[in-house]
Design a protein around this ligand. Structure first.
Ligand SMILES: [Zn+2]
Length: 90
């Protein structure tokens, strides 16, 4: 790949950036079909600006997901507390 080749695609790249950024959230939430996700992955590797945006968005998404661990914790935690109570009284 040559540099002049990249510059000749400037307009297409702009359009790809708009499309990629519009789908970043869906991509992070695994809501895209594999073909669309692949397109975004390819674009992020080729486009530094979008990669930066993507990293910011993915960091925020990860933080939100980590602050909401209610999906796996309660059942095991409740089970442990109940076991403790049973062994204490018994
Ligand atoms: Zn881009």
């Amino acid at each position: 790949m040559s540099e002049s080749d990249m510059f000749s695609h400037a307009h297409d790249e702009m359009d790809e950036c708009v499309q990629a950024l519009a789908r970043v959230h869906a991509f992070l939430h695994n809501e895209l079909v594999e073909a669309d996700a692949d397109m975004i992955r390819h674009h992020l590797h080729a486009c530094e600006r979008c990669m930066e945006n993507f990293e910011i968005e993915s960091t925020i998404t990860e933080m939100i997901q980590r602050s909401q661990p209610q999906q796996s914790a309660p059942s095991t935690l409740t089970a442990r507390i109940q076991t403790m109570r049973i062994s204490r009284t018994g």
